[in-house]
Design a protein. Structure first.
Lengths: 111, 113
């Protein structure tokens, strides 16, 4: 089955700087890669996603890139703000329609 | 997206008892899933709730412990049976919209004493 690895587990960046979270997946049949943000005590929220036929997608300060050959995908947050502090999960949707999650990255935005 | 509600939002239960968690969606969805999230951890898929047939369970989860119902396209239940303290966790239902995007309910925080 699908296996998703996520790095780093914790990331601290200065407010205004950029943050990058990287993931790898194992199942070459996976075709959909969502990213979720989870604030303390709240449900995971879908913030951006990318499909396997696209290499990059951007939405304001957030961008995702996908390298299918290397089975890598990344989340980039630019001009970070205090409200970006949260746990971020990458995920991959395998050929059997199940979404498998990485272990998460706790992002701290330092003032 | 979809509006998803869960009941109860939290509960404290005695070991050996069972709790049934309900998930309601405001529109018909093809796929519903149940996840578990232990404190500070990631989301682990328990099972896919199939409408009109038995749920499909992931490795490590069995029907006797986590029976699931899906009577229609907007509702599902997950029962946590014969609970032990190790079952203390947040249980989340999730629905797939348009085949790809998946959204989560608010979760049920379960504490077993």
């Amino acid at each position: 089955g699908e296996n998703v690895e996520q790095h780093p587990s914790t990331l601290s960046v200065q407010e205004g700087d950029s943050a990058v979270i990287k993931c790898t997946y194992s199942d070459s049949a996976s075709n959909y890669f969502p990213w979720y943000k989870q604030e303390l005590g709240k449900r995971p929220q879908l913030i951006i996603d990318i499909r396997s036929n696209v290499g990059e997608k951007k939405d304001q300060r957030i961008a995702v890139t996908l390298n299918k050959t290397a089975k890598h995908f990344s989340l980039h947050i630019t001009e970070t703000q205090p409200e970006d502090s949260a746990v971020y999960f990458c995920a991959a949707k395998s050929g059997d329609d199940k979404i498998i999650f990485g272990k998460g990255t706790r992002l701290h935005i330092l003032p | 997206s979809a509006v998803i509600s869960q009941k109860p939002s939290r509960d404290i239960c005695q070991r050996g008892t069972s709790l049934t968690i309900q998930c309601q969606v405001d529109s018909q969805v093809t796929m519903m899933f149940w996840y578990r999230q232990q404190p500070g951890q990631s989301l682990t898929l328990i099972a896919t709730a199939n409408q009109g047939s038995e749920a499909t369970y992931e490795s490590g989860f069995v029907i006797d412990k986590f029976p699931i119902s899906r009577p229609n396209l907007t509702f599902s239940t997950l029962t946590v049976s014969n609970m032990s303290p190790e079952d203390s966790s947040i249980y989340l239902c999730s629905v797939a919209v348009s085949g790809l995007e998946q959204y989560f309910g608010p979760g049920t925080r379960l504490t077993v004493t």
